[in-house]
Design a protein around this ligand. Structure first.
Ligand code: GLU
Length: 276
């Protein structure tokens, strides 16, 4: 009887041991999978870029001074383009190791997050809201939101927008901020900046609002327009990268610092940024 009990106990214990071991084994495996996976992802992004031997940047194609496609050469030109090239020069040793894909304010984060582009350099403000979806580098340019009007307009600033039609671009901070700052204005949103400026020129609205830096590009194109009222927000631009790629963000920050230290950044700034 006693012997039988011992055997039964032993059998039960071994079953328990097998279950426990199997459980532990399973956990270990999935933990390794998770950690290994995320580390690999991080390594992959930078390694991937080095393997591809190029960085795919999402840039604007319709924003004069920052990212504008030249119809003659079919090349994109501007401050963001030159910054992107300089960063590739630091990271891959050659400014030409870049590919540019067009983004708009609305499409840039989805295109980044589905892997179409490696980084966004496209007049993009660093905001707490956007930080939930993407990671940003250090600030590489400081802008502020303003208003563009046809010369002679009765709009003098943010306080004269009651009952006025304000044009803005979808997916921009400008479209959100203006509703907060001028709740009595009517806001019309467009797909991109060339459409919004065309709408202003054809009289579909009374003013266009976005960063002063972008509006200066429009004045550069057509001096019948001017900025009014100064700036009413801070728009620090950052380069956005898909979340969880710290090493790539660090590499971009190092590259940004290097081009600032070498004088390259100032050279690019002086070439494109209008001092008004
Ligand atoms: N900097 C602002 C933003 O990130 C306006 C410019 C833009 O639409 O890209 O939304």
């Amino acid at each position: 009887m006693l012997k039988k009990m011992k055997w039964l106990q032993l059998a039960l214990l071994s079953v328990l041991a097998v279950i426990l071991l199997a459980g532990c084994g399973g956990d270990n495996e999935s933990d390794e999978g998770k950690n290994g996976g995320s580390k690999d992802n991080e390594k992959d992004m930078l390694t991937q870029i080095k393997e591809n031997d190029k960085i795919v940047f999402g840039v604007k194609n319709d924003t004069r001074l920052f990212g504008l496609k030249n119809p003659n050469t079919k090349e994109v030109e501007g401050f963001d383009i030159d910054i992107a090239k300089a960063l590739a020069g630091e990271i891959l040793g050659d400014e030409e190791k870049v590919e540019f894909k067009e983004v708009t304010s609305k499409t840039r984060m989805p295109l980044l997050n589905n892997g179409d582009i490696d980084a966004i350099v496209a007049t993009m403000t660093i905001t707490e809201e956007r930080k939930k979806e993407v990671d940003f580098t250090d600030v590489y340019f400081d802008a502020g939101q303003s208003l563009l009007v046809k010369k002679g307009s009765d709009i003098k600033g943010i306080d004269s927008l009651k009952g006025k039609k304000v044009l803005a671009v979808k997916g921009s901070t400008s479209a959100i901020n203006i509703r907060e700052k001028a709740p009595e204005a009517e806001v019309l949103e467009f797909e991109n900046y060339s459409e919004a400026f065309a709408a202003l020129k054809s009289g579909q609205g009374d003013t266009l609002t976005t960063d002063d830096s972008i509006l200066y590009g429009m004045v550069d194109e057509d001096p019948n327009y001017e900025l009014v009222g100064g700036t009413f927000t801070d728009e620090p631009y950052g380069i956005a990268v898909k979340k969880g790629n710290e090493k790539f963000v660090d590499e971009l920050n190092k590259a940004l610092k290097a081009i600032k230290d070498s004088g390259k950044y100032d050279e690019i700034h002086d070439k494109w940024i209008k001092k008004q």
